[in-house]
Structures are given as C-alpha cells and as structure tokens.
Write a protein that binds this ligand. Structure first.
Ligand code: SF4
Length: 471
C-alpha cells in the first residue's frame, strides 16, 4: 500500500493558529482528520486564502494528494467526483467516491426523446436502508457523426438538467463543437486516442475540461498516452483501458487491476488517475432479432465486475429496474466504510397522528434496525412515538452486550427528546432484545417499561391489541 502521510507530517504545513475556522478544535485535530481523509483541505480557509501560506499550501496539496487523483465532472451539487482512491483494498482504510454510473443517450434522438430519457435517468431510484440509490450522469453518444447534431443535443441536455454530462465521440471535431457549446457545464470529453491526442488535448486545455485517455487492450499504450497528455498540460485525466465482454472480460479486469495496483501499491504517480469502464460496449455484439435481455445480462455482469474491480466511472445503456438494482446495491455495499456501522441520527420520530395517549417505543440508531422498525410501524399504520437511542450504530442485541445501550443511555435520551412533555403517560415499550435492561431502565428513567416484541414485525399487532398500557 502506498504510504499515506500522518498528522505529524501534515501539522507543520498548517497555519498553526488554532483559529477553529475549519470546525475543528485546533490545527492538530484537523491534521489528524486530514490524515484519515475524513475532511477536505478546503476547510482550512486561512491556508487557502492567505498569500503568506501559499508555499505551505502547495506542499500540503502534494503531500495529501491521494494515489488516484480526484476528477470532477459537471458543476454544482450534482457534479460527480470520481477517483480520489487511497487504497487497493477496502479493508486497508475505505473506498472513497462511489463508482459513478453514467447512462447513454444517442444524439440521434429528437429533443422530446432526449428529454424523456433524461427524465427516466434522473428519476431512477430505489430506497435502500434509508438511502436513495441513484444513477449519476448522462453520456451523450455522437451516433449521428455530425458535429452540429451532437452539439445541438448537448445544448438541449445542458438546458434541461444539471446532471453531469460525458461527451462521447472519437471524432475531435464533434468533441470540439459540443465542448464549445457546453464548456461551462464541465463535461467529460471521451476520448483522446493514440491518433487524436493532439487535437483533443487542445480542446481539453482550452476549456479546462477533464479528458478520457482511451487505449484499448494495451497497457503500454495506456501509459504512453497518459504521459503524453500530462506532458502537454492536460490536468484531469480519466483512463479507459478498454472493455471486452464475455471471453475478454478476464483480461479487462486484469488490466484494471494492474492499473490500480500501479498507483496505490507501486506509487506510480503517472498512472494515478480514475479508471473508466464501458459495459455499454457489449451492445456492439448484439445481434439483430436476438432478445435484448441476453445482452442486458452481459452488460450487468460486465458492469458488476468493473465496479468490484476498480472502475471509478462506468457507462451503461440499460435503464431497467432489474439491471440497475443489483449494480447500485453492489456499489452501495462496496463503498460502505468497513469500520463505521451505518447509523441514522438519534432523536424522536413521530408516525401517524400522534397525541398525548400515543405509545412510546425505543430502538437503536443502527440503520438496518431503525429502518426495519420504521417500515413495520408504517406498514401497520399505527400512531406512535419512536425514541432512537445513539448506540454508535450498533443493533439492539449487540449494543446491550457491548454496553452501548444502557439504562442510563435510554433515560438520558428520553430526557433529551422531551417526550415527557408530549404524552400524558409514562410507559416505555422496549425492544424484546433489550428485555434484560428493562428493570434498570425503569429505575434510571422513572418510566414503566413494557417489553415489546422480539421481532419488529409484531409491533402493529402488539400496539393494536392495546396490551402495552394495561395495568
Ligand atoms: S482553520 Fe486551519 S489554521 Fe484554523 S484551526 Fe483549522 S487547521 Fe488550524
């Protein structure tokens, strides 16, 4: 693993004034978080804005630069940050910047067709453990081979969405015309090849745009092309080493792995750029009259393999729920921090028409626990208060065993959320799994604790039967 700088190397490059503008208690606390890559360098505003710190800033930028550079496509809230990876294996630290999923739109569609596909891409979502799984961007393909048609389609898309756009054509003239039209949207230019690098790099430099280096199937060519683009002054590069499907997928994944290993393990700075996969290329093998789902299978499998093996951005064609659901699930799980439990905010939640007589339950802030309980309450259509206790993201059983869910913690949370002012009773329904602390909880809180169901699916029936407030 490439060596990442520690806080003691970072600290001397900070202003050292402990001004707290970064939101941390002092410069050393900020240095520690910067070393862990849990804060951005932009947070130290004196370092960024004051000329006297310019030399320190320049040194710090080099010191904390991730082995894989971060490239931003698009502008504003919807911009996609790709790359920025720190490690080869997630368990070495964590993965940053989820693989961006860009979906294609051919420029041969009319404006109505383009608008419809943009809306489908924007609207595709699935709620999973409280998060909206989404797609990330639009890849405009220059199928028409006509620069004006391509630029017109790019302008139309830029006018109806603030999602990031990749302009996809191997013809420099097409890229130039479209880039002239929407350069303020910071599109990703796809792509420069061994034959076109001079013209395409000039477009990227003129508009300060990120650029894909495309050299399929040959890593020596990839290295040559990337080094050429660097030498002429292209700053933001994305590498596409080519995507082969079916029999060739193994060598594609080998190439992706070698590239990522070069930057994160062997410290090869010249290959430290985000990697692009193009599962969409499987459609080139689609035979007329063949069922579309067969090629969709190929596309999903190719995309999944590339998400698992180091793609920072992939371009896909399929937009069905069954194709993108496994990809977004896979990505979500892969990019979860392995040492940080998925947690929700602690506090008081209200469901239905709550009033002074409504039941009060409690649970922990482990996301999976919370959303399961919430879903069962909502499906049961019951009116209830739910007090969510901060157990640092641990489930009920683990939190009780690990002393993260204690009687004192429950009592403190009841106090903090002010539930006593909202109801005219003092009955607290505990999760069945926390039965063993119910007696202590009564003593610590002064509330009568009724032990609820072992499984939250029983909550609606339990509440509807009204046993919770019987003497
Ligand atoms: S903003 Fe910068 S100078 Fe101020 S405390 Fe944070 S790291 Fe130190």
């Amino acid at each position: 693993m490439a060596k990442l700088p520690g806080p003691l190397e970072i600290y001397p490059l900070l202003p050292g004034t402990n001004c707290k503008e970064c939101g941390e208690a002092n410069c050393m606390a900020y240095a520690t978080k910067l070393a862990e890559h849990t804060v951005k360098m932009r947070a130290c505003t004196p370092l960024l804005l004051e000329a006297k710190y310019a030399k320190k800033l320049a040194k710090l930028e080099v010191l904390v630069r991730p082995p894989v550079r971060e490239v931003v496509v698009g502008v504003g809230d919807k911009a996609a940050s790709i790359g920025g990876k720190l490690v080869l294996y997630r368990h070495d630290l964590r993965y940053t910047n989820e693989t961006s999923l860009f979906v294609d739109i051919p420029d041969t569609l009319d404006n109505e067709g383009i608008s419809k596909r943009v809306k489908t891409i924007e609207d595709w979502t699935y709620v999973y453990i409280g998060q909206n799984l989404r797609l990330d961007g639009i890849a405009l393909r220059g199928v028409s081979k006509d620069p004006q048609t391509f630029a017109k389609a790019a302008k139309h898309i830029a006018g109806i969405t603030d999602w990031p756009i990749a302009l996809c054509s191997l013809d420099p003239k097409m890229l130039s015309t479209a880039a002239n039209t929407i350069s303020d949207k910071r599109p990703l230019l796809y792509a420069a090849t061994m034959d076109t690098w001079a013209e395409v790099s000039e477009i990227a430099i003129r508009h300060n745009l990120p650029l894909v280096a495309y050299a399929p199937g040959n890593l020596d060519n990839v290295a040559t092309l990337v080094n050429t683009l660097r030498a002429v002054g292209v700053g933001d590069i994305v590498i596409d080493p080519g995507t082969a499907s079916r029999a060739g997928l193994g060598s594609t994944i080998d190439n992706f792995t070698q590239l990522r290993r070069a930057s994160t393990v062997n410290d090869d700075e010249s290959l430290g750029y985000p990697i692009m996969g193009t599962p969409i290329s499987v459609w080139a093998n689609h035979k007329e009259g063949e069922a579309a789902y067969l090629t969709q299978w190929d596309e999903v499998l190719t995309a999944a393999a590339q998400i698992v093996r180091y793609s920072d951005i992939v371009i896909i064609h399929s937009l069905d729920m069954w194709t993108n659901l496994p990809l977004t699930f896979l990505r979500n799980n892969l990019y979860t921090d392995p040492v940080k439990p998925v947690a929700v905010e602690a506090g008081l939640k209200e469901y239905g028409n709550v009033g002074p007589d409504s039941p009060v339950m409690y649970t922990t802030n482990f996301a999976l626990t919370f959303f399961t309980v919430e879903s069962d309450i909502k499906q049961g259509n019951v009116d209830a208060y739910l007090v969510v206790v901060d157990t640092e993201g641990m489930s009920v059983q683990s939190a009780v065993a690990g002393r993260k869910l204690t009687a004192e913690k429950v009592a403190e949370t009841l106090e903090e959320v002010g539930i006593a002012d909202k109801v005219n009773h003092r009955i607290l329904i505990s999760p069945g799994m926390a039965a063993r602390i119910s007696g202590e909880t009564e003593e610590a809180s002064g509330w009568t604790v009724k032990v609820g169901t072992q499984d939250s699916s029983g909550i609606p029936k339990y509440l509807q039967e009204g046993k919770w407030n019987e003497e």
